[in-house]
Design a protein around this ligand. Structure first.
Ligand code: PA5
Length: 448
């Protein structure tokens, strides 16, 4: 179960300067109806991610089973949309102690930080490790750099057996990795060409690592399917969760100056869900001078860090709280504690967490800061599947509101191209000249 409570974004609660009038929301009804029809048609093309919940996961489950039976370590090499979804699923659904208790142990090499690389390699035994190289383009520098070192090490240490330790997840036809898979007979899974990186968590990109670490991917897909069904049937703004999330954020942004969208779960297992959401929202909608900066806060920790700013700083934020009703474990404050702190007796940590959320919300309402609360009855595969699809569709729908293409990332490609040029990649000579023109270190202070 998930519940979306948007009472506190409404003008009747926080006033018209910061809040949204119901008539204002409903005035989008024709736009929503038209866009709804377009989205249904686009499910074969741009909105192809909407078909993913209906896939048969059997081949992924079989590959995962093989890995689980043969390896003690599973290392994902990938970055951005090729890793954030897997990290999010693992953290949300397996919690914090997985690697201390279970196999295959799970590690991610996303960055090209040499010390992170060393730490991961130190933790694994290479002869018992499966490396999953995930890259849609097959050419992202970080991924290829980390892979190259691993590839060399595998060959040196395991000889001809190196292939058995590699699984690629990449485009079915294009790119360096696909070519290498074909040439050397390395197992490779397909990323559907119509699905972009940040929308790919429900393809083998996210599903294979999830299944390897014991996540029930069938339930995950069921949750996504449920959200798709609701959102496909319900055209009415107030009954369609994805359109509601998109519209409240759009109106808050474009008409009330709320340029920052904070997501603040009161459950640390959802910390990486926010990282996944941040990429989705930022990379999809940050175009043509438009978009909303997503920011992460964690309850209760950031009550002691950010809430002062959220209440009394610039009036530029809309906040989404995520509340969890039931945790797998909970702990009661004992009865036998000193009188001064006795008010806590009998409460559990979960009670305190959720009471703190209520207290924070009341304080924000008082300061007229718009906020939405999404409540999950618990963190499980079904609910996370719903949340993934909810935000993917809200993002896709927002593309129509902002009149931008949410499925490309030209500004990211630009940075990648300069990097290729700086690394001396063939064909990027003109880019290197452009870099030299652009980049100067003219004003600086250096301290020894
Ligand atoms: O969403 C996106 O398209 C990007 O964040 C990519 O996922 C990221 O740049 C990694 O690209 P690739 O999967 O091609 O290595």
């Amino acid at each position: 179960m998930i519940k979306i409570d948007y009472t506190n974004v409404m003008a009747e609660v926080i006033g018209e300067r910061d809040g949204i009038l119901r008539e204002e929301l409903l005035s989008f009804r024709h736009f929503v109806s038209e866009t709804h029809q377009r989205i249904q048609k686009e499910k074969e093309r741009k909105f192809y991610f909407a078909k993913l919940p209906y896939q048969d996961p059997t081949p992924i489950l079989e590959t995962a089973q093989h890995i689980r039976e043969n390896f003690d370590y599973f290392v994902l090499i990938g970055i951005g949309g090729s890793s954030l979804g897997s990290i999010m699923l693992h953290e949300a659904l397996n919690g914090f102690n997985y690697n201390n208790k279970k196999v295959p142990k799970f590690y991610v090499l996303d960055n090209v930080d040499p010390e992170k690389f060393e730490a991961v390699m130190e933790n694994i035994e290479i002869e018992k490790t499966c490396f999953n190289i995930v890259t849609k383009s097959g050419s992202t520098v970080e991924t290829i750099a980390n892979f190259s070192i691993v590839y060399d090490t595998l060959k040196e240490r395991l000889g001809d057996k190196y292939k058995e330790h590699l699984i690629f997840t990449t485009d079915p036809e294009k790119g360096f990795l696909r070519k290498l898979a074909n040439e050397e007979g390395i197992k490779a899974l397909d990323i559907p060409p119509l699905v972009g990186g940040r929308f790919s968590v429900l393809t083998p990109v996210g599903l294979l690592p999830a299944a390897v670490v014991g996540i029930n991917i069938k339930d995950l897909l069921e949750g996504a399917k449920k959200m798709d069904l609701i959102c496909s049937i319900e055209e009415h703004i107030e009954h369609n969760p994805a359109y509601l999330i998109a519209l409240t954020h759009y109106i808050a942004n474009m008409r009330r100056g709320k340029n920052i969208a904070v997501m603040m779960p009161y459950a640390e297992r959802l910390s990486s869900f926010v990282d996944w959401y941040k990429q989705l929202w930022a990379e999809s909608l940050g175009k043509d001078g438009l978009g909303q900066t997503p920011a992460k806060a964690i309850g209760t920790i950031d009550q002691h860090s950010q809430i002062q700013l959220y209440r009394e700083g610039p009036r530029d934020k809309i906040i989404t709280f995520i509340q969890v009703n039931n945790f797998k474990h909970d702990f009661k404050i004992p009865d036998d504690i000193p009188e001064d702190i006795h008010y806590l007796s009998g409460h559990t940590l979960k009670d305190i967490l959720n009471k703190e959320l209520l207290g924070t919300k009341a304080a924000l309402i008082k300061s007229k800061v718009p906020n939405i609360t999404i409540t999950l009855d618990e963190i499980n595969e079904y609910n996370i599947g719903m949340m993934i699809y909810l935000y993917e569709l809200a993002t896709g729908f927002s593309g129509y509101l902002y009149k931008i293409n949410p499925f490309d990332q030209p500004a990211v490609e630009e940075g990648k191209n300069f990097t290729y040029a700086l690394m001396g990649r063939k064909g990027y000579e003109a880019k290197l000249e452009e870099f030299k023109e652009l980049y100067k270190e003219k004003y600086k202070i250096e301290i020894q």
